[in-house]
Write a protein that binds this ligand. Structure first.
Ligand SMILES: [Zn+2]
Length: 489
């Protein structure tokens, strides 16, 4: 999936910047001491090779073929003595679980990614999408951002924690799953084993660090705390069948046309999610000045900025329940009036909103007994609190060492596997810790998907730092290195 919140607000000129107060929680000195022991000059080449090798694996879904990626990760982890377990799905398809043991003082934390990727149109790319090519400072390949880049950071976090013999107060579990891009069967099969995973927290895809998203010079690290629910509907109109030569009243296509016209008149109902208001508050506080003050005031925000937000498709989607006509079905003989024709609707609802309420709204709007709505698939929106130590750690590590950077919670408008975990009581956050230009978001599921090579090591530092902040056992000495651990390469 792709993020969420994308907008630029051409407000007043840049005002003096000031720092945002630290989040509660945040970086610990003991975690910093571990980070200092990482061989950082070696991290960039090692991550480049790891991600490049992953990008060469054609785990395109459909059909998936994720076992090739799982085998590769098994090799990387086993070489350094980290135990792995394969969760089979079907022929050529599986997911991977790898664990670093902890003292059990806290529930495990999961580093989640999916290893399938969406198809490509190779002729539209400037390089081979499956060659793991570095060009002009970028590592290119399908999945570089969505989301093998994160798989590489998570795998390297496991390797580093293991190499350094870091004592952990909770298990750290790597979950690399199949099939996120189509049916989430990989996550479903892992959920069935949940009594053996049972983590309290997950980091997964969702947001990124986005340069100049709101204000030039300011980087906004979007950490997704919720995803909208997806409701797929067949809107079916019925009527009298007959001969195409002789139009009569009450034909199914006539009902469908009228229903579509009525759908097009649907008015936006804006829902200001607390996450969005919190994100604006943080962005405004970091930016300062008049524009910053406006963003920090929900009243002024709603009054002055709402039109801009609704005019931008991405923020429009973040603020409203959307109904999108994405296809049609029914008769196709030119001279036959079919008894039924229909439209496919992709609807996305915000946290707290229900499928029933959406259906009631659509039924009232269309107001035609000859038109019915059939829900073919639905997931509920769900979310996690941002008043949480892991969220605080992710947010604090995201902005560390950057002059004008701020992290805040967002609601993703697309689906991720996090949605399957929250009903199990898991706090799930979506944050791929690369700082990128917002334009690069369009390369996920698009052409020339790529990640800046210069962001690989900083991304590792942000992720590993946050994991350490909530997982390091400060009461224990370092674990003895396992005999077959070859140490840093
Ligand atoms: Zn994805």
């Amino acid at each position: 999936m792709v993020l969420s919140l994308f907008l630029t607000i051409p407000l007043a000129a840049a005002a003096p910047h000031r720092a945002l107060p630290d989040d509660a929680g945040g970086p610990s000195r003991a975690a910093d001491a571990v980070l200092d022991r990482v061989d950082w000059p070696a991290a960039t080449p090692e991550l480049t090779t790891l991600l490049s090798d992953l990008l060469k694996i054609r785990s395109v879904n459909p059909p998936g073929d994720e076992t090739k990626a799982v085998e590769f990760l098994e090799g990387v982890l086993a070489k350094e003595g980290i135990a792995t377990e394969r969760v089979p799905l079907s022929d050529g398809r599986s997911s991977l679980i790898a664990r670093l043991p902890g003292s059990g003082a806290d529930k495990p934390i999961c580093l989640l990614s999916h290893v399938d990727v969406v198809p490509v149109e190779p002729t539209r790319w400037s390089v081979d999408p499956f060659a793991g090519v570095v060009k002009d400072g970028f590592l290119y390949g399908r999945g570089a951002l969505d989301m093998k880049g994160m798989t590489a950071l998570e795998t390297m976090t496991m390797l580093q924690l293991h190499r350094l013999g870091v004592p952990l107060r909770r298990e750290v579990i790597l979950l690399a799953v199949a099939d996120e891009e189509v049916d989430s069967q990989g996550m479903d099969s892992v959920v069935k084993l949940w009594d053996r995973v049972g983590c309290s927290h997950v980091v997964n895809e969702g947001g990124y660090g986005l340069e100049g998203l709101f204000f030039p010079g300011q980087t906004f690290h979007a950490i997704s705390v919720a995803e909208k629910g997806a409701v797929w509907i067949r809107m079916i109109a019925s009527g009298k069948p007959g001969h195409g030569s002789t139009p009569i009243a009450g034909r199914a296509p006539e009902h469908l046309t009228r229903a579509l016209e009525r759908l097009a008149t649907r008015k936006d109902k804006v829902t200001w999610s607390p996450a969005l208001l919190e994100a604006f508050r943080r962005v405004g506080a970091e930016h300062g000045g008049v524009a910053g003050a406006i963003l920090q005031s929900p009243g002024l925000l709603k009054l002055l900025v709402k039109p801009k937000l609704l005019a931008n498709p991405a923020t429009h989607a973040a603020l409203t329940d959307t109904v999108n006509v994405t296809g049609f079905f029914g008769g196709n003989a030119p001279n036959v009036v079919p008894s039924e024709v229909g439209a496919v609707l992709d609807c996305r609802i915000l946290p707290g909103h229900t499928v029933d309420a959406l259906l009631a709204e659509l039924t009232a709007l269309v107001d035609d007994p000859a038109v019915r709505f059939e829900v073919t698939s639905s997931t509920n929106a769900n979310g996690s609190p941002w008043d949480d130590p892991f969220f605080a750690a992710l947010a604090a590590r995201a902005v560390e060492g950057q002059e004008h950077a701020v992290a805040g919670p967002v609601v993703s408008v697309g689906y991720t596997d996090s949605q399957a975990l929250r009903p199990l009581g898991v706090h799930a956050y979506g944050y791929v810790p690369f700082v990128i230009a917002p334009e690069l978001l369009g390369t996920t599921h698009g052409d020339d998907e790529r990640v800046p090579v210069s962001e690989l090591a900083p991304g590792l530092r942000r992720l590993m730092g946050a994991v350490l902040d909530v997982s390091l056992d400060v009461t224990a000495g370092p674990r003895p290195l396992v005999p077959n651990n070859p140490g840093p390469r």
